[in-house]
Design a protein around this ligand. Structure first.
Ligand SMILES: [Mn+2]
Length: 330
């Protein structure tokens, strides 16, 4: 942390980014540091590889956040690039290739475990898997930089913390998320409004889609594993965006009998986004890695290219083996 903070202090020009299909954590973390570094007089650019989902527009980033896939000012050489909420360069796609050309140094600031198979994060990256959100880490960075908190920073950090903890449900057995939030609430941020914007943005189309999709859940191993396949076409038929399927797996995990769930989202023929969750009896990170992905021990994912039947077999076999091993039966 000290080394990271020293590098931020030294850098005059900094670019901030996060993983593709950004979420409230990565986005909140990068925006919080943007506001803080601007106050500190740095030259800062915020650039993501793809569009920010509309539900985050309350963060008022449109005047400065640039999207690589959209028209943007050409990249200029900068001292430091910081990438939040991932340590896997593939999560930035083509933007990472560009950043390598223009950055004196690229560092990841993250709370995901480093992948056993896959690219290693650049040397000097800061990864703390005990942090419940990347926002928690950025809070520490801002404190160590000695930059005073304000409303803009507080709103962005609160978004990070509330998003990744799902409003303080998943705090990794630490009081830190609550302690940080209690400080942020001293600023004029509308916490209940933020909770609604993050988690209560269902459209009628989404409910119609859910009523259809949830009826197709398959259960395995006495209801301990749930499997659901959703199709790109069903999403577009109901006017949904990809971001709107992100919370489906967490919804399914509310089923009491479940230990683990998997959603296969077909994005194009033979391309699937796989989401895995576990309540903690088994880890699902290695299953995601088996499919070429990554994530956390109990929440992980992958993008898989290939036939669905093969993908489903590999995934279910791995999950069943783990659960059976855990329960001492064959
Ligand atoms: Mn995160």
């Amino acid at each position: 942390m000290e080394k990271l903070v020293a590098k931020i202090k030294q850098a005059k020009s900094i670019l901030l980014s996060t993983h593709r299909e950004c979420d409230g954590d990565g986005l909140g973390a990068q925006l919080a540091l943007y506001h803080a570094l601007k106050k500190d007089g740095k030259r800062v650019r915020v650039m993501n590889v793809d569009d920010v989902p509309p539900k985050y527009h309350f963060l008022n980033h449109s005047s400065f956040l640039e999207v690589y896939q959209r028209p943007h000012k050409p990249l200029q050489p900068h001292d430091l690039a910081l990438i939040f909420d991932t340590n896997d360069e593939r999560q930035l796609g083509i933007l990472y290739v560009e950043l390598k050309k223009y950055s004196k140094e690229i560092l990841f600031v993250d709370h995901h475990p480093i992948l056993l198979e896959g690219p290693s994060p650049s040397a000097g990256s800061y990864i703390d898997t005990s942090a419940a959100s990347t926002g928690e880490i950025v809070y520490d960075i801002i404190k160590k930089l000695g930059i005073e908190m304000d409303e803009n920073i507080a709103q962005a950090l609160y978004t990070s913390v509330a998003f990744d903890t799902q409003v303080f449900r998943y705090i990794r057995s630490s009081p830190k998320s609550h302690i940080i939030a209690s400080e942020l609430l001293n600023f004029n941020i509308k916490s209940e409004d933020i909770h609604r914007r993050l988690f209560s943005t269902h459209t009628a189309g989404k409910i119609a889609f859910l009523s259809k999709a949830l009826g197709q859940i398959e259960y395995h191993l006495d209801g301990r594993i749930a499997v659901l396949k959703i199709r790109d076409q069903d999403l577009t038929d109901h006017g949904l965006t990809l971001d709107e399927t992100r919370d489906m797996i967490d919804m399914i995990m509310n089923i009491e009998s479940l230990e683990t769930a998997v959603i296969f989202r077909e994005d194009s023929p033979n391309t699937f986004k796989v989401s895995l969750r576990s309540k903690g009896q088994i880890e699902v990170l290695s299953v995601a890695e088996l499919l070429g992905g990554g994530g956390h021990r109990w929440a992980a994912g992958a993008t898989y290219n290939g036939e669905f039947t093969k993908l489903k077999d590999i995934t279910l076999d791995a999950l069943k083996k783990k659960l059976k091993k855990k329960n001492g039966s064959t």
